[in-house]
Design a protein around this ligand. Structure first.
Ligand code: PMP
Length: 359
């Protein structure tokens, strides 16, 4: 029997529980509400499917490796982000960016500070390097505990992981706050995970020109609706990006992912229309829960958090109505809470009809 490396021994596999197979097995699966993974609830822009179909029908190079370094996608991203191509890297989903950053910049014994509750999977990447994860809680899970974070930062802090808007609380870090962390802790890499940026429109991406210790990560999995294609990216100073290139895999994003992402960036009207829908849906959800006296947090991202108390009973009742949401009750400060993705207004109206008698 061959053991895993000592650093990995304490780690447990990612909670890879997917509702997909159960949903697909239902005859009317298109009417099921899959609201458990913060995905987009609609198909991507028709331009994405058209670009991929065209690539396939022209028989162009599935036998070839993808365009190395995703150069055309980098150009499109430079335009979208306002950051130059030498400050950008395209990755296999933003998870791949998080992993790459940890692999490049963390070593055994480094301290990593993480305000919680947040996207837990990042901790696995940090721990797999043998780093010490120091979590910071606030009095209220929905407010940033900036003083608490500062109190944990030392000269040995190698990395600070901020998610904005945060998953699952929706908390947004003001770019001024991010800049202050970068300025006050120049020895620390400040990571800003902006997987849900499009929904809040608040970003620190411009700060990568000013601070050479900041890395911003983003994804096509959420607002652009390309979760199945696995495309993400990061922005950082050219010096930090050069470091990352030492282990970066230039064929990390497959050909269809590159083509799909370029097409998605070419249809920002489609993106903006979806963002408007989500905004209005959140208003409807807020009204719905308020009218029923249910504690609900309408976040600045594409999900809401609802405190239901009886988690098991509510989950079961929701699933029997074809509504799949995520149990987040084990997260610090989120006792009794569920998280659910937000879709279009039409979807939300149908959803609220379906769960009307439950709340
Ligand atoms: N960061 C955050 C905060 C997330 O919530 C997620 C997905 N749930 C990811 C990163 C990873 O997403 P992807 O790899 O699909 O880009």
């Amino acid at each position: 029997r061959i053991d895993v490396a000592p650093t990995i021994q304490a780690l447990t596999p990612y909670e890879a529980v997917s509702s997909q197979a159960a949903i697909e097995a239902q005859p009317d699966h298109r009417t099921v509400f899959k609201l458990d993974w913060n995905e987009s609830t609609i198909e991507p822009s028709p331009r994405v499917t058209a670009a991929i179909a065209q690539y396939l029908t022209h028989g162009r190079g599935l036998n070839w490796y993808p365009r190395l370094g995703s150069v055309e996608l980098l150009d499109a991203l430079a335009e979208y982000t306002g950051v130059s191509t030498d400050s950008l890297l395209v990755t296999n989903g933003s998870d791949d960016a998080l992993h790459l950053i940890c692999s490049t910049y963390l070593d055994r014994g480094d301290d990593v500070v993480i305000p919680v509750p947040t996207y837990n999977h990042f901790m696995v990447f940090a721990q797999s390097r043998g780093a010490n994860v120091i979590t910071v809680r606030g009095e209220n899970a929905f407010d940033p505990n900036l003083e608490g974070i500062r109190a944990q930062m030392t000269r040995r802090t190698r990395l600070l992981y901020l998610v904005s808007p945060n998953n699952p609380t929706g908390m947004v870090f003001d770019p001024e706050v991010v800049a202050a962390f970068c300025r006050d802790f120049p020895e620390t890499i400040v990571m800003l995970d902006e997987a849900y940026f499009e929904f809040s429109q608040v970003t620190g991406v411009n700060l990568v020109r000013e601070f050479d210790n900041l890395i911003v990560t983003r994804t096509f999995s959420k607002a652009f609706g390309l979760a199945g294609l696995r495309v993400g990216y990061l922005a950082a100073s050219p010096a930090l990006v050069d470091g990352l290139r030492r282990i970066y895999n230039p064929k990390s994003v497959n050909s269809l992912g590159q083509i799909g992402a370029i097409a998605a960036l070419g249809d920002l009207d489609y993106l903006n229309a979806f963002l408007d829908e989500v905004r209005e849906s959140k208003r409807l959800l807020g009204e719905f829960f308020e009218a029923r006296g249910v504690e609900a947090y309408i976040t600045s991202a594409n999900f809401v958090v609802v405190r239901v108390g009886d988690i098991a009973g509510t989950l079961e009742a929701l699933e029997s109505r074809g509504v799949y949401v995520r149990d987040r009750s084990s997260y610090p400060g989120l006792e009794g809470c569920l998280r659910m993705s937000v879709g279009t207004v039409e979807q939300t109206e149908r959803l609220l009809e379906r769960i009307d008698d439950l709340f």
